[in-house]
Design a protein around this ligand. Structure first.
Ligand code: C2E
Ligand code: MG
Ligand code: MG
Length: 502
């Protein structure tokens, strides 16, 4: 039986004769390679009948599934970070250099939305395969989440080496893909950071490769090495001065989009959505500044601003007998703040708002990025009484079964499935089964991006709890929301807040 033995990181420590024969490689090429560099994966399981025994430092076998991305079979973010940390240690001792690359597909969201998530999956798998086939057995190809891949290239030392690798990767990636009879071009942007030139810790090199990737995307450059201006461009635009100044000058404001009970049309909640009235650039949607605020560490200040304002509005509505639940979007950076839950608890007390009146939206993509870090924070927030909602559900590859482990109160089905709900049978099946499962788990279901009546009718048939979308109301200033709540007679009844199912 062909057997490979590896350490926890997947570095091959030993291989028996049968394995060497099966792989068709000499022992010195196999030992020292990474397991996933040797075996082509089809999704989660190896495509060749080879036994891989992965062992911890104490000889205990490891559960490899926790370290792999289900869809592509590649190492996941956790394994990637562990390998990166290990490589930093090794390179420090041996005074070696290596490269870290972050690669993001261009317009992938668009592909997902127009061709459907299954086609998106096909493309992601193919990109994984193409990268894996192009690189060496000692290189790591990982999927960090969504459409983001990362590479670890030991021995890739300078600009010249990076150019050689990029000249292999890009032509391989760009070959058109046939997805259900349609030809799709795969384009990607890649940022590269070199150890130790661009940073001497795992966190710094990885974050600089990410910044370089943004730079490559903005410059439509294909790939680029990290340059100081990537950091400063990001910092001056969204971060540091500008965003702080925007807050100080009162240039930010919140718009509220109502959420209605599907059964009777009563508005029971509203989502706070931030906007920036920029003195030069006009009205900016959150997509124009949130991503950069996240990268430059400024998002937490922004979230606190949003929370204070949302709580002010919630309190003023309650005082007028118009109590409703307010939803606020969080970013992964907020959940990474060590005292976030405590700070939120203090804010709720300061504004005399019961925690149930606030629901915190976390996108599915965020949850899947660092579940081991985020889930404990969610438990804490839930214990404190805050509602927790999974935003953009269905786009981030969390499995439905995974929901059971999460202490959430609500699932918000992504607009991607609601948009064509009335006409697309696949979307209907997805929406129906999401609603059924969520209800069985005692969760409330919100459909977002409801734009047409037929979709709303389908949602009613299927027992969806709440709906939000342009059909039912665009995001509006708090005063307009209050006027709407007053107009709908029933909404001024006290104690009319939605009841959580759990
Ligand atoms: P989201 O949380 O999924 O919010 C829903 C977005 O869909 C909003 O866009 C909303 O205006 C839009 N939308 C609502 N109804 C419809 C519809 O019927 N059709 C279509 N096509 N779109 C609809 P917006 O305001 O541009 O926000 C975009 C994203 O920005 C939000 O997505 C959220 O992820 C993020 N965001 C907004 N405010 C904040 C914030 O205060 N903090 C953080 N961290 N993120 C925020
Ligand atoms: Mg949201
Ligand atoms: Mg959403």
């Amino acid at each position: 039986m062909p057997v490979l033995v590896s350490d926890r990181l997947g570095n091959v420590l030993a291989a028996n004769e049968a394995a060497l024969r099966l792989l068709g490689r000499p022992e010195n090429e196999v030992v020292g390679a990474v397991v996933d560099g040797l075996i082509p994966h089809q999704g989660a399981s190896p495509a060749v009948p080879l036994v891989v025994e992965m062992r911890e430092g104490d000889g205990e076998p490891t559960d490899q599934r926790a370290l792999r991305d289900d869809l592509t079979g590649l190492p996941n973010r956790r394994l990637f970070q562990d390998r990166l940390a290990y490589l930093v240690e090794l390179a420090r001792r041996r005074q070696d250099s290596f490269a870290v690359c972050v690669l993001d597909l261009d317009r992938f969201r668009e592909v997902n939305n127009t061709l459907g998530y299954r086609s998106g999956d096909v493309i992601l798998r193919l990109v994984g395969d193409r990268l894996r086939e192009t690189l060496r057995a000692s290189d790591t190809v990982a999927r960090l989440g969504g459409d983001e891949f990362a590479l670890l290239l030991p021995g890739c030392e300078d600009q010249q080496d990076v150019a050689t690798v990029a000249n292999k990767i890009f032509p391989a990636l760009q070959a058109p893909v046939d997805v259900g009879g349609r030809e799709v071009d795969v384009q990607a942007s890649m940022g590269v950071a070199l150890y130790p030139h661009d940073g001497d810790s795992a966190e710094v090199v990885l974050s600089r490769a990410e910044l370089a990737m943004q730079g490559a995307r903005e410059e439509a450059a294909g790939y680029t090495l990290f340059r100081r201006h990537h950091e400063s461009a990001a910092a001056t635009f969204a971060g540091g001065t500008h965003l702080r100044r925007a807050i100080a000058r009162d240039e930010l404001f919140l718009a509220y989009q109502p959420q209605l009970q599907v059964a009777d049309g009563v508005v029971v909640a509203a989502e706070a959505l931030v906007r920036w009235r920029h003195p030069q650039r006009g009205l900016l949607p959150p997509g124009a500044f949130i991503p950069l605020a996240e990268q430059t560490g400024q998002i937490h200040g922004l979230t606190l601003w949003v929370l204070r304002h949302a709580l002010t509005h919630a309190r003023s509505l309650s005082r007028r007998g118009l109590g409703l639940t307010i939803a606020v979007n969080l970013s992964i950076r907020d959940l990474q703040q060590p005292n976030f839950a405590a700070a939120l608890g203090e804010l709720a007390t300061e504004f005399a708002t019961p925690p149930e009146q606030l629901k915190l939206e976390i996108t599915e993509g965020t949850l899947m990025r660092q579940p081991e870090l985020i889930i404990p924070v969610l438990h804490r927030l839930r214990q404190m009484g805050f509602g927790l909602s999974i935003d953009d559900f269905g786009t981030g590859y969390a499995s439905l079964a995974y929901l059971k482990q999460l202490p959430v109160t609500e699932v918000k089905i992504s607009e991607a499935f609601i948009e064509h709900l009335a006409t697309d049978a696949d979307d209907e099946v997805i929406v129906r089964s999401t609603i059924d499962l969520a209800h069985r788990l005692g969760l409330l279901v919100v459909a977002e991006g409801v734009r047409d009546r037929r979709a709303l009718l389908k949602l009613r048939e299927r027992g969806c709890d709440l709906a939000q979308g342009y059909l039912l109301g665009r995001p509006v200033p708090p005063a307009t929301l209050a006027a709407r709540l007053r107009r709908t007679s029933r909404s001024s009844l006290p104690g009319r807040r939605q009841t959580a199912r759990s």
